[in-house]
Write a protein that binds this ligand. Structure first.
Ligand code: SAM
Length: 255
């Protein structure tokens, strides 16, 4: 995203409960890849309601959950009382210099000012630490999946080519990437509730949003009826990035 749409960036809090209920988390293999071995203390920026925070806490990590939206942060605090929470933006981190082994950002880097946030990430990372990014992206295979996402194989290829990873402000030789396939399984109503929390949909005028959701509901219903299944299987990939600043790469101390 070249210019950040602030209306959408700041839209999540009004749907915080729905977001927490319906949005998926991230595959365990992706989190394994994103967390440095031996890490004890990490930051989760744009932590939202704590989808990633909870998985990090479950690994025994001390987690600084940084989130600027009070509605999202309230849900995170209620669900994850062990998190050290901060009502703050990613470009002004209330964290000590060289204090965390990793800065992690799930489904949120594209809402942050890339250069200001990068300066802050470098400041708070311990020597040898890294920034880890993850996005869940759809990975359509069957015709009905392309249809329900409003994609064709051609538009999907274009979206892939313009993927967020391509625009990251880090030197290519300092960046590693990995992808982890996973499948979302659930009823059509659960899928619609999930996508209704996407800012591109939640910020639409009501009539337009209802029309779009009705179209998707019909595609899902047709597919499930033809397949004779109660639940849909929607293919995804967790797209992951690690950026380790080169000047810190020789240090081995992780935390
Ligand atoms: C799609 S949600 C992702 C939440 C959570 N990380 C997850 O994986 O579910 C994006 C989050 O980024 C937050 N956000 C938007 N602008 C931000 C900024 N400048 N700094 C930090 N977080 C921001 C939003 O408030 C929202 O909670």
């Amino acid at each position: 995203m070249s210019e950040i749409d602030l209306t959408r960036a700041l839209s999540f809090g009004s749907l915080a409960q729905e977001y927490d209920r319906w949005r998926p988390s991230y595959p365990p293999e992706a989190i394994d890849w994103l967390v440095p071995s031996g890490a004890r203390e990490v930051a989760d920026l744009g932590a939202g309601t704590g989808k990633l925070t909870g998985d990090l806490l479950a690994r025994g990590l001390v987690v600084h959950a940084v989130e600027p939206d009070p509605g999202m942060l309230a849900v995170l605090r209620a669900g994850h009382p062990l998190a050290r929470t901060h009502l703050a933006r990613a470009d002004a981190l209330p964290l000590e210099a060289a204090s965390v082994a990793a800065v992690l950002v799930a489904q949120a880097w594209h809402w942050m000012s890339p250069y200001e946030t990068t300066v802050e990430v470098r400041r708070v990372l311990r020597p040898g630490g890294w920034l880890g990014l993850v996005w869940n992206v759809v990975d359509p295979r069957a015709d009905w999946e392309f249809n329900v996402h409003g994609l064709t194989p051609e538009t999907w290829r274009q979206e892939e080519a313009a993927h967020t990873v391509a625009g990251l402000p880090f030197p290519a030789h300092e960046v590693e990437t990995a992808e982890f396939a996973w499948t979302w399984v659930g009823t059509s109503e659960a899928w619609l509730a999930n996508i209704a929390t996407q800012s591109s949909i939640s910020t639409m005028p009501t009539a337009e949003r209802e029309k779009l959701l009705a179209e998707k509901r019909a595609i899902l219903a047709n597919h499930l009826e033809a397949a004779g299944q109660p639940e849909a299987q929607v293919h995804h990939r967790a797209v992951c990035v690690r950026w380790r600043p080169a000047s810190d790469a020789v240090a081995s101390d992780q935390n």
